[in-house]
Design a protein around this ligand. Sequence first.
Ligand code: FE2
Ligand code: FE2
Length: 472
Amino acid sequence: MSTIDYKETIPNNVNLSGDRRLQRALEKWQPAFLKWWDELGPEASANHEIFLRTAIDVSPKGWAHFDMVKMPEYRWGIFLAAEEEERKIGFGQHKGENAWQEVPGEYRSELRRLIVTQGDTEPASVEQQRLLGLTCPSLYDLRSLFQINVEEGRHLWAMVYLLHAYFGRDGREEAEEMLMRHAGDEDKPRILEAFNVPTKDWLSFFMFTFFQDRDGKFQLSSLAESGFDPLSRSCRFMLTEEAHHMFVGENGLGRVVLRSAQLSADNDTLEIQKYGGIPLPMIQKWMNFHFSICLDLFGQEKSTNAANFYTMGLKGRYMENKIDDDHLLENDSFLIPEFKNGKVMMNEVSALTSINERLRNDYRDDCQRGVDRWNKIISEAGIEYSLTLPHTAFNRNIGTFRNMYFTPEGRPISKEKFENQRNTWMPSAADREFVMSLMVPVTNPGEMAGWLTAPSRGIHGKDIGYEYVRLH
Ligand SMILES: [Fe+2]
Ligand SMILES: [Fe+2]
């Protein structure tokens, strides 16, 4: 079944009305979600009418319907990608067995942990981005922000559904906890550190959607390989929504980079603050920060947890079925970075324990493709400057390089030297203040803030001048 029933209180394609207990439990969670949205969702946005897409089907073509919607009335629902007949587990010790339609008892706590960790990031990002609507660079961008926010809310629904439907009482408790932890909260922070950092300006927002939503893509892709079929199907549909979030990041940054390169060319200097642009070296600093905190999201280079999740068949590798090996990895090796004799060297370890590192590498390659496109924009504008992803060891808080200090090029230095240079590598208070000073809301249809260019096309066939958000 792929059609979504919108007559239901909770739209879904999982035949929710066929399970009254589950339906009632989720209908009890729904007001708690709406209260959370009202308190910690996008600030002062409840009455805006927004040109939003809503899922109406889960087939790859034409799943979305566009309409002017107020966010509190958005139809958050539970949508799983279509069931694959006779789906088999593709890796680990259960490789070749039928995918599980119920949670295997022996893996219950591991699966719950994976779902909770993923689920926690979804409302976190909404909380992190809650003030951005007040300083949008255009209505087009405001719409993108709100679209992402409602979809992250829906991703929370996706994970909460799995908890309620398959994990009984502890699942319901975990679902409640999702609304109790908050991004940056001193007592009850979100689980992963990068999801506690506030996203105050739109340069940070585009960095977030490029780097952090891309982490989401890689996590969801490996969970989409899961032997637990309902998780796999949830993640597969979430990935179709995630693609738009990354598009917003890549295009947003491309537009900032283009404006910065143009201003640099016109004025023959990279120092373009006084012309109202964000200097390319400042964009580099934002990148150094966001990329490094996102690398931490992939966890330790060597991880027995990751190895276990793989062997158990719970979480695979990125594009697992396209990889040409035995999908058991018991005899394979992989290279991970280690710090030895004063430098970073590659060391061969078991492929099973280095699953995290492999995913981090895949992620880095994917990020690099975006950076290459921005560098092309810069060179086409006639500017000699290029953006570079910092070295893996730079500014890390998890894994081998934790509590060690490196330059963005990966050269080891003392803590003191690092602290002295910190503000030349990552956003300083003054940099943040400058970028914040550019964050003046632009709300006339078709108008754009001066620090970025207009997008090349509008949304869903509408032109750029369309009133994507009617402010109220
Ligand atoms: Fe998400
Ligand atoms: Fe996302």
